[in-house]
Design a protein around this ligand. Structure first.
Ligand code: SF4
Length: 337
């Protein structure tokens, strides 16, 4: 299951091997796929293009993607991050983040004459469309997701009177529906695959007629990163996940690693956040990163580990991703002008 990534090794840093590092001794298992997904890549490029085309400042509603490094870098280049559309001065340009927004936010932007670029990931848009479709057919929609997460707020906002959020097992008890033959579950895109299915089972015990989504809502990138970390976790004394604490899919990777047999697992934004005490008695360190994490941060972590004796890196590949999304249509139009 191992394969090398040509050109991935930074000068004077760890050696990433093709043949695999023998068990025993200090080694790193590096999950692949990891890091940037197609939706994050597209959203970050959209903001960069907006800066290039229109100049600073460019307003972005919420964090464009949930990563400290990305947000800080864009802020330095002239992006102003706001929490609400009402904070953007009339007539200015605002980019909506990869997590998506509700129709109410679009309406507010129109009222304020804002120019908008919608960087919502197409896979989040797909879930919005499902909500619309089933709300139109008068279904009760049980949206499995994390309370307060921006994506869930945007998705539920498509049909607030038809959607009920199910986060915890306790929420399942509280759900009430109008017609047991017209109830469907949908989900946030970045959940733990296994935990979501547990929640679905609980819901189905209560509502045997519960319908499944037309296709998976948990996206390919979330699923693939969880499969990759699962494949190596049992061999790891420690799994380090590069990602931010507000990144749902990054946090899920820590949980999945622990469930799949890693002895310990931590989330870090940057290599310098690793506590050296975590490495005591450790031979095999697993490394992966969330879907909003640029590869440079993983390379920094590998270099940090190499300096401490973990210089042999074996890449564990469970899938090769080739998905890419076209830029938001507002930018494609400009490109053609
Ligand atoms: S994690 Fe999935 S849904 Fe979220 S931006 Fe990436 S591809 Fe899109």
């Amino acid at each position: 299951m191992s394969s090398a990534s040509p050109g991935i090794t930074p000068a004077g840093s760890p050696t990433i091997t093709e043949s695999g590092v023998p068990a025993g001794g200090k080694r790193v298992l590096l999950a692949k796929p990891r890091g940037y997904c197609a939706g994050v890549d597209r959203a970050v490029i959209a903001v960069e293009k907006a800066l290039e085309l229109y100049g600073a400042p460019v307003y972005v509603r919420k964090e464009i993607v949930h990563n400290r490094h990305v947000v800080e870098t864009l802020r330095e280049r002239g992006v102003i991050f706001v929490d609400e559309t009402s904070e953007v001065p009339e007539g200015e340009l605002v980019v909506f983040s990869a997590h998506g927004v509700s129709p109410a936010v679009h309406a507010e932007a129109a009222e304020r004459n804002l120019r908008t670029i919608d960087a919502t990931c197409p896979l989040v848009t797909k879930v919005h469309k499902e909500v619309n479709r089933f709300a139109k057919d008068d279904y009760d929609i049980l949206l499995i997701g994390h309370e307060g997460h921006e994506e869930v707020e945007g998705t539920a906002g498509e049909a607030p009177d038809k959607v009920q959020l199910v986060d915890t097992a306790e929420d399942v008890d509280k759900v009430e529906i109008r017609d047991p033959s017209k109830v469907i579950w949908l989900s946030q895109t970045t959940l733990s695959v296994d935990e979501t299915m547990e929640r679905v089972d609980q819901l189905r015990d209560k509502f045997p007629g519960l319908a499944d989504p037309p296709s998976d809502d948990i996206c390919y990138a979330t699923t693939n990163r969880q499969v990759a970390v699962k494949a190596m976790a049992a061999e790891c004394d420690l799994v380090l996940v590069v990602g931010s604490t507000n990144s749902s899919n990054s946090k899920r990777l820590v949980e999945v690693a622990l469930k799949a047999g890693a002895r310990a697992s931590y989330l870090v934004d940057f290599a310098h956040e690793v506590d050296e005490a975590w490495l005591e008695g450790v031979e095999t360190v697993g490394v992966t990163s969330g879907a909003s994490v640029p590869e440079v941060l993983v390379m920094d972590l590998l270099a940090w580990l190499a300096e401490r004796g973990w210089g042999n890196v074996d890449e564990v590949t469970t899938a090769n991703e080739k998905i890419a999304f076209a830029l938001p249509h507002e930018l494609r139009k400009v490109g053609k002008a």
